[in-house]
Write a protein that binds this ligand. Sequence first.
Ligand code: AMP
Ligand code: ZN
Length: 442
Amino acid sequence: MEPGKVKIYTCGPTVYDFPHIGNLRAYIFSDTLRRMFEFNSYQVSHVINITDVGHLTSNADSGEDKMELASRKQHQSAWDIARFYTEIFKNNLIEMNIASPTVWSPATDHIQDQIDLIKKIEAAGCAYTTSDGVYFDTSKFDSYGYLARLDIDGMEPGSRVEFNGEKRNPTDFALWKFSIKQGDRQMEWQSPWGLGFPGWHIECSAMAMKYLGKTIDVHTGGIDHIPVHHTNEIAQSESVTGQKFVNYWLHVAFLTVESQKMSKSAGTFITLKEVIDRHYDPLAFRYMALTSHYRTGLNFTWEGLRGAQKALVSLREKVAQYQYEEVAPDGESLSEFRGRINNDLNTPQALAFLFEVVRSTLPDTVKRATMLEFDKVLGLKLDKIPAESEAPQDVVDLLVQRQQFRREKNWQESDRIRREIVAKGYDVEDTPEGSRVIKKGL
Ligand code: AMP
Ligand code: ZN
């Protein structure tokens, strides 16, 4: 909207568990988007929220708050759970070379902003109160569902979201939920409607508008947010302001494993810690993410990650070999790269072009400068010198094989592989978190 400036809001994590690498794909995407704008000399204001209250297990308006449930399961207070996983998430972003946003906004620090927005929604005639909370009346918002192209008229009650008898329309959603009785929850606040907590969607409308204004340039999230979360953010915001909430919605497709969405609630997920424990560079995963377009699903395999790591290391080796000299990057290559990255963030083509530069006849010093200029968008730390202490790929492969035998309790094979690793000059250390190799004498 404003020349030279761009405002981006990114839906953040729900901090009740470790992020999985599917979640990280979403933030690698928003980071690459931000870097692309900066590469084009935009000044970026970027907000990421932290969902530390109100996200229920059903994704709609029933079930338990994920934070309170995690608190019971993990025997920690909901507040400690939120603090712990927020820290883990931020550390994961550092490992992935993802820049901190201009503003981090935890939902629990913005309860008053959310209450104020609900009051405005009520004043606009779009809210009603039931025995368990305050709801948004989606029939009062004419364009409800346009983002997801929802067929509201053809929707049977309960067909998309479970239908609570007091809701006026199946698509209505909670703005504020009541505590069943005082002390029943750890996270609860007084409000004009009664003691309780905010619904999941209201935090994003309230915080996006607080920090970025009534209309924002770009809003990102995963494709799972289109039919409910983002559809509801639009209704909440536009019913109050009467103006467009978001100019461009960008949604990232899923990371899958064996064609199933990687998800926290299913409990089948791979964390960054596992990637690191298996001796992969976290940025090998970033590389892997960049090999697919953000709107295309990406299927994760360890084999694929191995290929990504190899490619990344080979690029770093090139940069390390090329002589450093203070020279300008190649102008023609830069404009080719810019064209690819500016074309709806076509990272697979941008990466392919990086290899074209390596193979080109440009002087090595210019290749180096050009590659590092591209790296401002790719974020792969191409100038990192491949560490000598890192175990070579054949040792890592042996370790992975051995871990599989250990899982199968095949001690004979696991011992045989240990001897092979030792013969290659490495010691194996088994810890409760997994096994690692250490170069002998280090
Ligand atoms: P959550 O912590 O579940 O609220 O999710 C944080 C972000 O990760 C959201 O933008 C989700 O859309 C996104 N996300 C969740 N699962 C995946 C996945 N398997 N692949 C890509 N993005 C995902
Ligand atoms: Zn959101």
